[in-house]
Design a protein around this ligand. Structure first.
Ligand code: SF4
Ligand code: SF4
Length: 246
């Protein structure tokens, strides 16, 4: 996102809507003394929120026609923008939201989502890569229909395409399904990688409940003293029944 300095009235109103906080700086034109704002384009994730807020009566805000690899910023950060580069919409898949229809995650398995970056912080792909590579060393298979996976140069190692590493997005999701027995090793790898990244992320563990509604991952998480926020998604019967387990 950019601000046309000649049109900008220096009111600062658009900066209140920035998802990353105040990344625009106020400047004074040395020739005219006129105030204007300038967006730090390296920090901006091209989410478009400031523009869509519609507060700039001067019409000074505009989204340049960015080229690859800059285009990944808006694709991951602005839900109105198409994923032209990865051909997969959104930040990740629908994971548990449609599991009663897809049956992707079965008993005895855990869906893992590492939601890298959050509003006000964001995430760079070099940090996303650190977590992905730590997981790849355990031999996990990343979800192929995930926009993050599509940006990897090598899904076997979790290495991303070199040109996207410095790109910053509001949030991107690393996804995989693992056997429940592999969860301790995966959690250890995630915790180890977390110490080396300069962003925030949360880890979602997605499972089908056991008979009696027990959450199969809960005892392990509690024993490891991971902070847990259990959430349920109820099948109201509108989808197909969970696929039969082989
Ligand atoms: S709202 Fe418009 S005029 Fe005001 S600082 Fe932002 S770009 Fe400039
Ligand atoms: S596009 Fe998003 S990140 Fe960039 S300045 Fe606007 S609100 Fe902030």
């Amino acid at each position: 996102m950019r601000i046309d300095k000649d049109k900008c009235a220096g009111c600062g109103q658009c900066t209140e809507f920035c998802t990353l906080g105040r990344i625009a700086v106020c400047r004074r034109d040395p020739r005219t003394g006129k105030l204007y704002y300038e967006i730090n384009e390296d920090e901006c994730v091209d989410c478009g929120v400031c523009l869509r807020a519609g507060v700039c009566s001067a019409g000074a805000l505009y989204m340049p026609a960015y080229a690859w690899p800059r285009t990944v910023r808006s694709a991951f950060s602005d839900p109105t923008v198409e994923h032209r580069d990865t051909k997969v919409a959104g930040r990740g898949t629908e994971e548990i939201k449609t599991n009663e229809i897809t049956g992707r995650i079965k008993r005895g398995f855990v869906g893992i989502s590492c939601e890298m970056g959050r509003p006000s912080v964001g995430a760079r792909f070099y940090d996303i890569e650190k977590v992905a590579m730590a997981l790849a060393r355990l031999g996990v298979e990343f979800e192929p229909n995930n926009p993050c996976t599509r940006l990897m140069a090598d899904p076997q190692t979790g290495r991303y395409k070199a040109e996207v590493l410095n790109e910053k997005v509001l949030s991107a999701i690393i996804e995989m399904i693992i056997p429940l027995a592999q969860l301790p090793a995966v959690l250890t790898a995630i915790r180890g990688a977390a110490a080396g990244v300069d962003c925030v992320f949360c880890v979602d563990l997605i499972t089908v409940l056991e008979p009696g509604n027990a959450i199969p991952t809960l005892p392990l998480l509690q024993s490891l003293q991971w902070p847990v926020s259990p959430n349920g998604k109820m099948n109201t019967g509108l989808g197909r029944p969970l696929a039969k387990e082989g």
